[in-house]
Design a protein around this ligand. Structure first.
Ligand SMILES: N[C@@H](CCC(=O)N[C@@H](CS)C(=O)NCC(=O)O)C(=O)O
Length: 344
């Protein structure tokens, strides 16, 4: 048993990003499943290692980390001499090579991830959880992702991988969401772009990613139970119906599950929006009433008192903001923003 532990179900895109990185680096690890249907990711113990209540969390001896991309960077630096040594740029590649990897890793997090993670939820997880899809969200985010992939197409015309001619952490980081989007029936986003298609074929065939799929298959479910079939693949209609029925049955047994699912889907909708969604929802009205109640409870718990300022109502946040905003450099920047531009 290694000293490295990853907490979370491998079916989660963020968890599988970390697993793929560990496998590339040949680092031995333990995988501890977190049962999200029982809201284990919101339990006091888990919040000690992941204060946002999300998976994955990561431990390496006495170091505890969260945020999948930060964890991957740590793994690459800490285990620089193991497995694939060029995930952050080749040794001797220097500052610029690493900066290129960081640049495309940021592009993944900032440009690719927002539309793609919405698509992952809509295309892959919502049907598995028996929740209605939001066609408008799918169309909108497909369009956004297409624009991002147009940029990738131009880059991949110039180089074999995103940050140059070596496979890097930047490429690896795209694997989980791309996998689910393709499995959800939107392969064309990739296949219609010659260089993106070639790139996907190459990166998805890596043994580390293939092994990751096996982990997901072995775990079978998102939460260690029957909610989601792991390593999501397009289901046959009768399987879909079964998954949906199981979800509704489980929801009645475990209200936490519903709370979790509705928060993801509904966010903080207006009453009119809830009404609209209820009308579209195929489940029995009794169940949906229950769902609405849970959402409202959830909103009630989280709502801040009216007009409470974001930065000044928490003492420690306020102290932190005062400390960083009073730095001389910040004052200078604010001053520059107010001055008319200088022609040099
Ligand atoms: N930026 C985070 C995102 C983590 C994340 O969104 N995790 C999802 C599963 S893939 C989760 O825990 N969702 C439950 C929740 O947000 O309550 C990372 O990369 O680690």
């Amino acid at each position: 048993m290694g000293s490295v532990t990853v907490y979370g179900p491998p079916i989660s895109p963020a968890v599988s990003r970390v697993l793929a990185c560990l496998l590339e680096k040949d680092v031995v690890f333990n995988l501890v499943n977190i049962d999200m249907s029982k809201a284990q990711h919101k339990s006091p113990d888990f919040l000690k290692i992941q204060p946002f209540g999300q998976v994955p969390a990561f431990q390496d001896e006495h170091t505890t980390l969260f945020e999948s991309r930060a964890i991957c960077r740590y793994i690459c630096d800490k285990y620089a001499d193991r497995g694939n040594r060029s995930l952050l740029g080749r040794r001797g590649g220097g500052l610029v090579e690493r900066a290129h990897v960081e640049q495309w890793l940021e592009a993944e997090g900032q440009s690719f991830n927002p539309p793609s993670s919405t698509l992952v939820f809509q295309l892959a997880f919502a049907p598995q959880m028996g929740l209605p899809q939001d066609p408008a969200a799918i169309v909108l985010n497909e369009g956004k992702l297409a624009k991002v992939l147009d940029v990738y197409e131009r880059q991949l015309q110039e180089s074999r991988f995103l940050a140059g001619d070596e496979f890097s952490l930047a490429d690896l980081s795209h694997l989980p969401n791309s996998h689910y989007i393709r499995a959800g029936g939107k392969e064309e986003l990739f296949t219609s772009r010659k260089h993106v298609a070639r790139w996907w074929e190459e990166i998805s065939m890596r043994p580390s990613w293939q092994k990751c799929q096996e982990y997901s298959d072995e775990t079978r479910t998102l939460d260690g139970s029957t909610l989601c079939i792991s390593s999501w693949r397009k289901l046959k209609p009768e399987q879909e119906k079964h998954a949906s029925n199981r979800h509704h049955q489980r929801v009645q047994e475990n209200p936490n599950l519903l709370n979790m699912a509705t928060v993801k889907v509904f966010g903080s909708p207006t009453t009119a929006e809830l009404q609209r969604r209820r009308d579209r929802c195929p489940a029995s009205s009794q169940e949906i009433e229950f769902q609405l109640t849970r959402v409202d409870n959830h909103r009630g718990q989280r709502r801040l008192p009216e007009r409470r300022p974001l930065f000044t109502w928490k003492q420690k946040v306020y102290r932190w903001w005062e400390a960083i905003s009073s730095r001389p450099l910040r004052k200078r920047v604010v001053q520059m923003q107010q001055e008319p531009p200088r022609i040099i």
